[in-house]
Ligand binder design. Structure first.
Ligand code: CDP
Length: 549
């Protein structure tokens, strides 16, 4: 028996329910330590393709950083490494062309991906609009929304073999003729329950918005205008839908493509389900997160350990690209061509509490900025060293890294993931979000509802100055102003290659105008997208407040 991992009750519950191997009778066949050993052993086999690879040494280093809960890879890696499925990435984007063959090929691939715990994103912008002509049958087209329903039903039927509910992202360009139907569809809570939706907004649209002009809606089949709409009215319509239901989100397509490291390989049209990973069609990416709460030593940040974890994290994820299996040959080819990885963080709010810094303060932005700049810089150094030994990613020539003359093993190295499950396993706050509350109800993966008390609050609540600490340091998501949320998103976005998973939480009393202001501010900040969530705007919430202070 190896040394034990310090997991709290909820972490053990989630591990037992979803991650630990069982036999057909349901008996557990591994302990949490054995799970991490399985992952470390399997991922370190990626070293074997490197003449200077050090698989035994790396296995120990990987095992140690996982069991100390300093670093965790995304869920599919924990579930599938060293097991028959062997598919380790959380994020996929699949193409949807304007033909039945393409649509149903993607439905099939989606099913295979969901079976392994991966999430899928699609742009539906190439589909001809509703009521357009279908030559072969002399009929009329049913439009993007009805095809999104097909993906939604397929996802419903699979339910990922009981391990993980399939997650999808559906994207439609703002100039698609069916945009109004797309924006309004999720006001009905029974619609597209396995999808997040995002409107892809362009720079041109935002210019029309600023100048209060009309925008043309373009039929993607004919490339001709099929109507027009006032830009301000349309963005307001989106804000009203988001006010009512938290959907759709928005992504800023041109900002995403300005940061596309391989424009010579293709244009980016979509992201993964939670928006933090823009990808090319058929591309996949594996994420991993450093637990910032664990790098606080004696009231300060252990920069050396953070640097070490960044190097190890990049090496781990590069090995993952090597050992993972891929759901199709196209996905294998595209993923191995760019070798994108997404190293990020969780536990940022807990780090701030431990350092005595309020989340909505200039100090928080400064601290976040220092951390993410170090991770970004060191991840590039790590990827460069791997490229020297293992070779650059195959599409390197013609990439932005080629133009910058910086040899890289990976087309991207950094992403801030939501860490929905990972943060439960690590017993810390998720991603770069503030704590949700000091006590709250949470629906764990698997549908179990639990009461959670923030572990740092549990220690602080008996102190004589607990009330003051609560107000100053334990800042809840809904107490943090929308602009403080955006400032933190900008801080991290400024130094990550991919994107930042971030929700701007709004109080129940917020208005559609508040949401419009957030869109405009997010666009001006150069962010890649925004998600807003007004408290109680959806009947079913994964998190709900337990205190009203
Ligand atoms: O914490 P964990 O690794 O489980 O996942 P996360 O950081 O909350 O989400 C990262 C990505 O995993 C998402 O953006 C999706 O691509 C994927 N995901 C999914 O496919 N299904 C879910 N139920 C949750 C996440």
């Amino acid at each position: 028996m190896e040394g034990s991992v310090q997991l709290d009750d909820n972490a053990l519950l989630v591990l037992r329910e979803r991650y630990l191997i069982r036999d057909e009778a349901g008996t557990l066949l591994e302990t949490p330590e054995e799970l991490f050993r399985r992952v470390a052993c399997s991922v370190s086999q990626g070293e074997n393709n490197d003449p200077e690879g050090r698989s035994a040494e790396m296995e120990e280093a990987f095992y140690e950083m996982m069991t100390s809960l300093e670093f965790l890879p995304n869920s599919p890696t924990l579930m599938n490494a060293g097991r028959p499925l062997g598919q380790l990435a959380a994020c996929f984007v699949l193409p949807v062309e304007d033909s039945l063959d393409s649509i149903f090929d993607s439905v099939k691939l989606t099913a295979k991906i969901h079976q392994t715990g991966g999430g899928t994103g699609f742009s539906f912008s190439r589909l001809r609009p509703k009521n357009d002509v279908v030559k072969s049958t002399m009929g009329v087209a049913s439009g993007p929304v009805s095809f999104i329903r097909v993906f939604n039903c397929a996802t419903e039927a699979i339910k990922q073999g009981g391990t993980r509910r399939g997650a999808n992202m559906g994207i439609l360009r703002i100039d698609h003729p069916d945009i109004m139907e797309f924006v309004a569809i999720k006001r009905d809570p029974a619609e597209l329950t396995n999808f997040n939706l995002s409107v892809a907004i362009t720079d041109e649209f935002m210019r029309s918005y600023e100048e209060n002009r009309d925008v043309a809606l373009i039929n993607p089949r004919t490339k001709k205008a099929a109507g027009k709409v006032n830009a301000r009215e349309l963005l307001r319509f989106i804000a009203e839908a988001a006010w009512a239901s938290g959907e759709p989100g928005v992504i800023f397509l041109d900002a995403i493509n300005r940061a596309n490291p391989t424009p010579h390989v293709g244009e980016i049209e979509a992201t993964n389900p939670c928006g933090e990973q823009p990808l090319l069609p058929y591309e996949s990416c594996c994420l991993g997160s450093i637990n910032l709460s664990r790098i606080v030593r004696n009231g300060g940040i252990d920069w050396q350990r953070l640097q070490k974890l960044t190097h190890l994290g990049v090496r781990f994820l590069d090995d993952v690209v090597e050992v993972s299996t891929y759901p199709s040959e196209e996905i294998r080819a595209m993923t191995s061509g760019n070798r994108k990885i997404g190293l990020g963080v969780m536990g940022f709010a807990h780090l701030l509490i431990r350092l005595g810094i309020p989340y909505d303060s200039p100090d928080a932005e400064r601290t976040g900025g220092e951390i993410i700049r170090l991770i970004e810089r060191e991840s590039k150094i790590a990827s460069n060293r791997l490229a020297e030994k293992r070779g650059p990613f195959p599409n390197f020539k013609g990439s932005v890294w080629d133009r910058k003359n910086l040899l890289q093993r990976n087309a991207t190295t950094t992403t801030i993931a939501p860490t929905g499950t990972l943060s439960i396993l690590a017993g810390t706050s998720s991603g770069v979000e503030p704590i949700y509350d000091i006590r709250y109800k949470r629906i764990l993966p698997g549908g179990i509802e639990v009461e959670v008390e923030d572990p740092l609050w549990r220690k602080a609540k008996d102190r004589p100055d607990a009330d003051e600490l609560r107000r100053r340091l334990f800042r809840k998501a809904y107490e943090v102003s929308p602009f403080a949320h955006l400032n933190i998103q900008r801080t991290f976005q400024s130094s990550v290659d991919n994107a930042v998973s971030k929700t701007v939480n709004l109080p129940e009393t917020a208005t559609a105008d508040d949401i419009l202001d957030i869109y405009v501010a997010a666009y001006r900040m150069g962010l890649k997208g925004t998600t807003v969530f007004r408290n109680k705007s959806r009947g079913y919430q994964i998190l709900s407040c337990g205190t009203h202070q």
